[in-house]
Ligand binder design. Structure first.
Ligand SMILES: CC(C)(COP(=O)(O)OP(=O)(O)OC[C@H]1O[C@@H](n2cnc3c(N)ncnc32)[C@H](O)[C@@H]1OP(=O)(O)O)[C@@H](O)C(=O)NCCC(=O)NCCS
Length: 181
């Protein structure tokens, strides 16, 4: 791919921005009426995928979701607001940032609930990986996220290699789970 083609195909961050709002219903919650962590992760995955689709315009799979802190509980009847955009595109993968807020409908308050970074990989109908367009960051915040995404990728690769070693060390199926798991 030459640089002219690259720039012609490049996408802006704004063109990937996505948003989803969900009302939290009893089926989404635990016995105390608080949103289940797994359900929140599902909403994060979906909102992240929307930004990734808008960038790649092809099939994608989730390769990873980084560490998430659940900062605030979300209660039945609250509105959950999720926003996503692409931080950086690599060769066949891209990093998406998702930020989540809860809106209490009675108090009209808005609180930050969680943030997450996800990596999606573009594939075709046969599951073969696809090259994706580049991302053109423009604003200072977009440029900062673009630079940070590369550092996170390096960190993920190092962690992934470490976990692979750990898996190999515990590959014997008669061996119990590794200590601390
Ligand atoms: C994600 C997947 C396609 C990667 O396949 P792979 O053969 O390991 O791919 P490669 O090592 O060639 O890497 C391909 C790209 O994915 C990235 N990648 C692979 N595994 C990754 C991981 N765990 N975290 C982040 N990025 C990852 C690589 O960095 C590479 O990016 P680049 O092309 O932009 O440089 C494959 O592991 C897979 O299909 N996993 C299951 C996905 C799935 O079912 N998700 C849930 C349902 S959607």
């Amino acid at each position: 791919m030459n640089s002219t083609e690259t720039n012609q195909n490049a996408r802006s961050v704004a063109s990937t921005q996505s948003e989803m709002t969900e009302i939290i219903l009893p089926n989404d919650t635990n016995t105390l009426g608080n949103l289940l962590g797994g359900r929140l992760m599902h909403f994060i995955d979906l909102t992240g995928a929307m930004a990734a689709y808008r960038h790649t315009r092809t099939h994608i799979v989730t390769a990873s979701m980084d560490h998430i802190d659940f900062i605030q509980p979300v209660h039945v009847g609250d509105l959950l607001i999720l926003k996503s955009s692409v931080n950086r595109a690599f060769t066949t993968s891209l990093e998406v940032g998702v930020k989540v807020w809860v809106e209490n409908t009675q108090a009209a308050s808005m609180l930050h609930v969680a943030s997450a970074y996800l990596v999606f990989v573009a594939i075709d109908e046969q599951g073969r990986r696809q090259k994706i367009p580049q991302l053109l960051p423009e604003t200072p915040n977009e440029l900062r996220r673009y630079a940070d995404a590369l550092l996170r990728r390096e960190h993920r690769e190092a962690e992934s290699a470490r976990r692979k070693q750990e898996r190999l060390a515990h590959a014997d199926h008669n061996d119990p789970l590794p200590a601390g798991r």
